[in-house]
Design a protein around this ligand. Structure first.
Ligand SMILES: NC(=O)c1ccc[n+]([C@@H]2O[C@H](COP(=O)([O-])OP(=O)(O)OC[C@H]3O[C@@H](n4cnc5c(N)ncnc54)[C@H](OP(=O)(O)O)[C@@H]3O)[C@@H](O)[C@H]2O)c1
Length: 303
């Protein structure tokens, strides 16, 4: 079962998913801290002046860590933190009372998005929008996927980023929108069809917005953050192995401490949002495992 799944995931790569996975993504280089100077990326040298950044999924995982990293490191920034669980958002707000505004809303519904837009009406300009909210569910083989669960997945993973971005268009000027994608758009995963389809859909959302708007109004970026140690990964590990055969491999990566720390991913996203030149930001998908850009954002002293 696992071998079949590995084959599907790796498009015919043979034995040992973990090793193949590591090679595939140059994890070996990554974990041994190889710095490849690579091509020289030009940087945006403009000074950061009181920026407004809207982050969905800010109550946990990558969205939460990105919020903290920005709030700790950037003096002039205000984070609008969005999620359904108000208690999670309040914890962030308590840490940075003057710099965080929370919006408890279900982004999968038009009412929830309306609530967000109404709260944001006091801001005439938004500098950054990061779509980190998503669901991994349902984790079922295709024959067991239920229509309601499928729709819920498409609503939060595709409809929400599309319509939230659409509703905020009038507030963008020299702004950036970042979509978070996944390896699954390249490699389908048995037992995760809803998520895979939704992430492929989200990639086209990114492409379509890019086609319709000039980068000086709003630049759209797409990033693959790698396999990150967040509640989403925890949920994957709790799935039924009969439904999600690759669970064993994922659990193994977790046991071997090979999931990336959210703080590392947040450093990467911060660099993409605040430092990379706007044309490079929106050119192609950014992959955290690509060592070419590591020397620009990785802390040389990290373990
Ligand atoms: N972790 C990984 O290995 C990995 C790999 C590739 C890509 N990604 C992507 O990275 C992004 C962040 O994921 P994560 O790993 O940080 O997972 P996470 O901790 O589960 O974060 C997802 C967030 O989305 C919010 N959310 C879910 N449904 C929502 C809804 N209907 N309305 C508003 N907010 C909603 C959740 O908060 P509430 O439940 O409180 O609403 C949660 O805070 C996702 O786009 C994910 O697909 C993650």
């Amino acid at each position: 079962m696992l071998a079949d799944d590995v084959t599907i995931f790796e498009k015919g790569r043979g034995e040992g998913f973990v090793d193949d996975y590591a090679n595939h993504h140059k994890l070996v280089d990554f974990f041994s801290h190889t710095i490849n100077i690579g091509q020289v990326l030009s940087v945006n040298k403009e000074k950061d002046m009181s920026k407004i950044i809207v982050i969905t999924g800010a109550g946990s995982g990558i969205g939460l860590q990105l919020s903290k990293t920005l709030l700790l490191n950037e003096l002039s920034i205000q984070v609008i933190a969005i999620g359904r669980r108000g208690n999670r958002l309040s914890q962030l707000q308590e840490l940075f009372p003057k710099k965080v505004l929370t919006i408890e809303a279900d982004l999968a519904s038009p009412e929830g998005r309306k609530e967000v837009i109404s709260t944001l009406s006091k801001y005439s300009h938004i500098d950054y929008l990061v779509h980190a909210a998503a669901t991994i569910h349902p984790l079922n083989s295709i024959k067991n996927v239920k229509l309601d669960d499928w729709r819920q997945s498409q609503q939060i993973n595709v409809e929400a980023p599309f319509f939230l971005t659409q509703l905020l268009l009038s507030k963008f000027n020299n702004s950036r929108v970042l979509f978070i994608t996944s390896e699954t758009i390249i490699h389908p995963v048995s037992g995760a069809s809803s998520y895979c389809v939704s992430k492929a859909g989200q990639q086209m959302v990114y492409e379509c917005f890019k086609t319709e708007f000039p980068v000086n109004q709003v630049a759209f970026g797409l990033v693959s953050p790698g396999m990150v140690d967040t509640p989403m990964q925890e949920q994957i590990r709790q799935a039924d192995p009969n439904e999600l055969p690759m669970i064993e491999t994922i659990s193994q990566l977790f046991k071997e401490n090979k999931l990336l720390a959210p703080s590392l991913v947040a450093d990467f996203l911060k660099w993409l949002l605040l430092t990379v030149n706007v044309n490079e930001f929106s050119q192609n998908m950014w992959d955290i495992y690509d060592v070419k850009h590591h020397s620009y954002w990785r802390n040389k002293n990290e373990n």
